[in-house]
Design a binder for this molecule. Structure first.
Ligand SMILES: NC(=O)c1ccc[n+]([C@@H]2O[C@H](COP(=O)([O-])OP(=O)(O)OC[C@H]3O[C@@H](n4cnc5c(N)ncnc54)[C@H](OP(=O)(O)O)[C@@H]3O)[C@@H](O)[C@H]2O)c1
Length: 275
């Protein structure tokens, strides 16, 4: 893996996952620095990964080719404004993983003209299985795009979007998506218990079915509809269940759910940008 100096602002869950993924992919630990206000969090990161840690955000900018902003969206404006002078002097590539923060708002808070990649990973990043969408603004070079992609690929799949506006749809699909699958798992488990299975059996069979189905679909060249038809024999049990789900309006419900999530994402981005 190509090595460059990377600084993380915020040493929380996502930073820990990304650093774990980078080091597992051959990234050198002495090229990684992290800032976080919490002494204990910094000490744990230093011990676990052998990386540099600092309590001061400005200091990290001087040595970073890539600066990854991994603080909560609510504090991003303050963090960015405090970094603006150092960022203008050193011109690192900025990667923001904060949900709902638009490139133009971040660029304005940082003083303008900054190379920014916006990334939307999802929670399975915590186990190295993220689905991440990326978008680069006009000041990001080809080499910087490669750097950003290599960082996010360390925790799973990373795909580029043509337009930042698609980020709200991505939020509705893969950002919030883990909760949809978890809800379906919860419902299936509970239904199986009412059909007479014990909790443990219902849980393990549900989880392995979800995992195995995703793996099978990922490893196949066929689309989901074809794979589903293949496991649905005429007159069989699966067809009966799918008919109940479709007659009950499942397609329409999911369309409505994703649309509602996208609308909320647009509203939140607007609110965060106005602050
Ligand atoms: N977790 C996910 O699955 C996920 C998925 C997609 C996107 N994201 C995005 O990733 C970002 C980080 O999420 P996370 O789950 O890693 O959050 P987190 O665990 O709360 O990590 C954020 C860290 O930043 C620290 N921090 C707060 N103010 C700071 C400052 N001024 N300078 C430096 N560090 C500061 C926080 O310290 P304190 O705790 O002391 O405040 C915390 O340790 C968020 O913007 C979120 O939207 C997360």
């Amino acid at each position: 893996m190509q090595n460059f100096n990377i600084g993380f602002i915020g040493g929380g869950n996502m930073t820990r996952s990304l650093i774990g993924g980078l080091i597992a992919n051959g990234f050198k630990h002495d090229k990684i620095s992290v800032t976080d206000p919490d002494n204990q969090k910094r000490a744990r990161l230093a011990t676990d990964f052998g990386i540099h840690t600092l309590g001061n955000n400005q200091q990290i900018v001087a040595t970073a080719d890539v600066l990854l902003l991994a603080v909560k969206p609510q504090v991003m404006k303050q963090v960015a404004e405090d970094l603006a002078t150092a960022v203008q002097q050193n011109q690192p590539l900025l990667i923001s993983i904060a949900a709902g923060i638009r490139e133009s708002d971040l660029d304005r808070w940082l003083g303008g003209g900054c190379a920014i990649v916006r990334a939307m990973p999802n929670t399975p990043a915590l186990v190295g299985c993220s689905a991440t969408a990326l978008h680069a603004n006009e000041w990001v070079s080809e080499q910087q795009q490669e750097q950003a992609e290599s960082v996010l690929r360390a925790v799973g799949l990373a795909l580029w979007l043509d337009s930042e506006a698609q980020m709200d749809s991505v939020t509705a699909l893969s950002g919030s998506g883990p909760a949809y699958f978890l809800l379906i798992m919860e419902i299936m488990q509970q239904a199986a218990v009412t059909l007479g299975l014990d909790d443990r059996t219902a849980r393990l069979l549900t989880l392995q079915t979800a995992f195995g189905t995703a793996k099978m679909a990922l490893e196949s060249n066929e689309n989901a509809a074809t794979l589903r038809q293949r496991v649905t024999s005429p007159g069989g049990t699966t067809g009966e269940a799918v008919k109940v789900l479709e007659d009950g309006g499942l397609w329409e419900l999911f369309h409505q759910a994703l649309t509602a999530a996208r609308t909320r994402s647009e509203e939140l981005a607007k609110q965060l940008g106005e602050k």
